[in-house]
Design a protein around this ligand. Structure first.
Ligand code: BV8
Length: 233
């Protein structure tokens, strides 16, 4: 039974009330990427970066998974083959819907990291520049997320998943951030069928052999239903 590898982006959490990045009212419309999502921006003004992530952490804590997150958790539970979920999102909505072993390649809002000693611990709701690291005491705490120019987490495991994929699906991502934007091609080279599930065709649409366009809360459950019905045949 074939292995299904799924990449999700901000679009899967849009209907849970969490902002996307590049939609017209998105996060990057209100904040300059270089100010809040780069190590240089953090070095320049850590308080501004903490405010940006504190707001998103509080919003994410109030958000509930939607039917798309639930459908992927159901696929993981019911599809006889392995289902690997890789997310660019830093919210915890996949796990809240019951998914397991999710690879958070861009980190997690719920994590804190010490820029001095590398210690990780559960982030408090509000983080501030002079919070001391619980391990080394340095005042160098930062959100445990991957900024531009930093290396995403889990890449070795991700390349292995892509090499074994029978189906690769990208859900709710504009396909503009690398290396995630290159995963479809990687999977296709390994012989996978590739499908894009997105509100509208993304910049990456040409890299997929199939597409389902519409809100994730509608197209993802329908796609999962089709797969499980075919499994049952
Ligand atoms: C790296 C932090 C080296 C956490 C993020 C020039 C050319 C090519 C590449 C580069 C370049 N210059 C620099 C690079 C590399 C750079 C990059 O790709 N830049 C781009 C902008 C050109 N990448 C990096 O720096 C990465 N690191 O490359 O390291 C390396 C790599 C490999 C091996 C060794 C060394 C690090 C990238 C991570 C940056 N951190 N976030 C946070 O704050 O969240 S990126 C940020 O964008 C988020 O993580 C987000 O997940 C990610 C991608 O955005 P999307 O999820 O796609 O969201 P977006 O808003 O863009 O799209 C939403 C989509 O949903 C849309 O298509 C919309 O239509 C759809 N949608 C909306 N509503 C719905 C919907 N779909 C369905 N239903 C709906 N209701």
């Amino acid at each position: 039974m074939e292995k299904i590898v799924i990449l999700t982006g901000a679009g899967i959490s849009a209907e849970s009330g969490l902002g996307t990045f590049r939609d017209e009212d998105g996060l990057w419309a209100q904040h300059a990427i270089e100010d809040v999502a780069t190590p240089e921006g953090f070095a320049r003004d850590p308080a501004r970066v903490h405010r940006f992530y504190n707001a998103r952490r509080a919003q994410a804590a109030r958000a509930r998974p939607n039917a798309a997150h639930a459908a992927l958790a159901r696929l993981q539970a019911e599809h006889p083959g392995e289902v690997a979920i890789i997310t660019q999102n830093v919210d915890g909505l996949h796990e809240a819907a019951g998914a397991h072993d999710v690879i958070h390649m861009h980190g997690r809002l719920s994590g804190a990291l010490c820029a001095t000693c590398g210690h990780r611990w559960p982030a408090p709701v509000e983080m501030a520049p002079d919070d001391p690291c619980p391990a080394c005491g340095a005042r160098a705490t930062r959100p445990d997320v991957v900024w531009f120019g930093e290396i995403p987490h889990g890449l070795d495991a991700i390349w292995d998943h892509l090499a074994e994929a029978g189906i690769f699906a990208a859900i709710g991502t504009s396909g503009q951030v690398y290396p995630a934007a290159a995963f479809a091609e990687e999977a296709a080279q390994a012989g996978a069928q590739t499908v894009e599930l997105n509100l509208e065709p993304s910049a990456n649409a040409y890299r997929f052999t199939q597409a389902r366009h519409g809100p994730a809360s509608q197209v993802v459950p329908a796609w999962v239903e089709e797969i499980l019905a075919r499994d049952a045949q």
